[in-house]
Design a protein around this ligand. Structure first.
Ligand SMILES: Cc1cc2nc3c(=O)[nH]c(=O)nc-3n(C[C@H](O)[C@H](O)[C@H](O)COP(=O)(O)OP(=O)(O)OC[C@H]3O[C@@H](n4cnc5c(N)ncnc54)[C@H](O)[C@@H]3O)c2cc1C
Length: 436
């Protein structure tokens, strides 16, 4: 193994970095590395390999997600001097409406400055009559290119690690100083020679895009994410996300079946929002990573984003940003050896994986609670009561806002839920339920 002082494991001026995958993690790594390089006055040659044309409408040009950008991502983009163009923002989320059986309640943001936005990840819905658009992923890729990254529109097939990593596509073979793997959870890794990388375990979810055909459904979706817990069976939660004239339908669950989406769309509380015959204009069954990768760094190799570790079920783009920045800082400031990534990058990834254990606990609590009718009615009552209180004292709304937007760690969400004020408010509402 190289010693920490091995000079060949430091990035020299014009060192060559290959980023495999031009989704958010890949582009955000390139943008962060270029920013650190400028600060350190150490120019870099970065090549991003991206197999898809992200301007194409439909799943073939899309990185398939609900497209919610958390406040953490919005803030992180500003740190990179990126200002999202207005026409890329499809909706500004002002409220979450939660449905449980015949009940529903609204969660308002604890602080209106904590923006949550929705965007497209590709060129727009497959059957939309509109020309394809520039989505979030293409925007980031364009920005990386403008700031100096080279973009190669090819799939990386193989990477060998002899003295230096060598990247192979159908038409080129090149040596690099560092290879950054950012292929997400929906691709088979390239063939790696002499590398023990083991990708995360992934689960298959379901998505569609609906055209909001009536004025009424557009008004109901405007600025509101609708979240459902009841059906189909095995659902963790399903959401309708506002996307301008469209609504994204995202179902997260275990072992979702082929007809889960149709079942979900038939639910009366869903049909009441989008209509019972909203045209389905896209559709995909993307994977979400549910465990961390193993052996995700080595000398001259590091995996980031979904190829490494992601926050459980929420704010995957936020994790892509966090891992991309941490890997870029490690490579630029400390070095590109196994020991550098172990000391400065792995702690960030371990913290995300550790927090996901609390996330599982939070989702288990939600699954358990939704079976308890008295508790759920009491929760609705408590949320309604606290809506009249000043924003800082709306402890339950703050907790649920953080849960659905990914605005706080799962450990903090549990802490918020077990604050004496939250317990007292819920306890009082439960007592009122028994008394009524
Ligand atoms: C149903 C669903 C809903 C979601 N909703 C949200 C949400 O609302 N908000 C949120 O923050 N997160 C959400 N996520 C998670 C989010 O999609 C991911 O966390 C995020 O896309 C990870 O970014 P990434 O860059 O790591 O991977 P990806 O976005 O998957 O990007 C990987 C890129 O690598 C390219 N690639 C793959 N293999 C190769 C190769 N061999 N050579 C060249 N290029 C290659 C791919 O074409 C792709 O462009 C959701 C996920 C699912 C499944």
């Amino acid at each position: 193994m190289d010693s920490p002082s091995d000079p060949s494991l430091r990035l020299a001026p014009h060192a060559r970095i290959a980023v495999v995958g031009g989704g958010p993690a890949g582009s955000l790594f390139a943008l962060s590395a270029l920013q650190f390089a400028a600060q350190l006055d150490r120019p870099l040659d970065i090549t991003i390999f991206e197999r898809k044309d992200l301007r194409t409408a439909g799943p073939s040009g899309c990185n398939m997600c609900a497209g919610i950008l958390s406040h953490r991502v919005v803030k992180g983009l500003a740190q990179l001097d990126l200002a999202l163009p207005e026409d890329l923002i499809l909706s500004r989320v002002r409220a979450y409406r939660l449905y449980w059986q015949a009940n529903s309640f609204t969660i308002w943001p604890p602080d209106p400055a904590r923006q949550v936005l929705s965007v497209y990840r590709g060129g727009g819905p497959r059957k939309s009559a509109r020309a394809s658009i520039v989505g979030f992923d293409q925007y980031l890729l364009n920005e990386a290119r403008t700031r100096g990254a080279r973009v190669v529109a090819e799939r990386v097939q193989r990477v060998s690690f002899d003295s230096w990593p060598r990247v192979y596509t159908a038409t080129l073979q090149e040596n690099f100083d560092l290879v950054v793997l950012a292929i997400g959870a929906n691709a088979t890794p390239p063939l790696f020679e002499r590398l023990a990388y083991d990708p995360p375990i992934a689960e298959r979810m379901a998505q569609d895009e609906l055209l909001l055909a009536s004025e009424q459904s557009r008004a109901q979706m405007n600025g509101t994410v609708h979240v459902y817990f009841d059906e189909p069976s095995d659902l963790i939660f399903g959401a309708l996300v506002p996307k301008g004239d469209f609504a994204n339908v995202s179902l997260l669950g275990r072992h979702l079946r082929r007809n889960s989406l149709a079942e979900f769309l038939r639910l009366p509380q869903v049909a009441a929002i989008v209509g019972d015959q909203a045209p389905q204009v896209c559709g995909c069954r993307p994977c979400v990573a549910v465990s961390p990768a193993r052996d995700y760094y080595a000398d001259r190799f590091v995996a980031i984003g979904d190829s490494c570790v992601t926050r459980l079920y929420k704010d995957g783009i936020g994790s892509a940003l966090a891992t991309a920045r941490a890997a870029a800082e490690t490579a630029l400031v400390h070095g590109i050896g196994r020991q550098h990534f172990a000391a400065h990058y792995a702690p960030v990834c371990r913290a995300i994986a550790a927090d996901n254990r609390f996330g599982r606990l939070v989702f288990a609590l939600v699954a358990h609670s939704k079976r308890n009718a008295v508790f759920m009615r009491a929760l609705g009552r408590a949320l309604e009561t606290e809506a009249a209180a000043p924003p800082p004292s709306r402890v339950l709304s703050q907790t649920f806002w953080a849960l659905f937007t990914g605005d706080a760690s799962y450990a903090d969400i549990l802490r918020m839920l077990f604050k004496p004020k939250a317990i007292a408010r819920l306890g009082k509402a439960v007592a009122q339920e028994f008394g009524s």
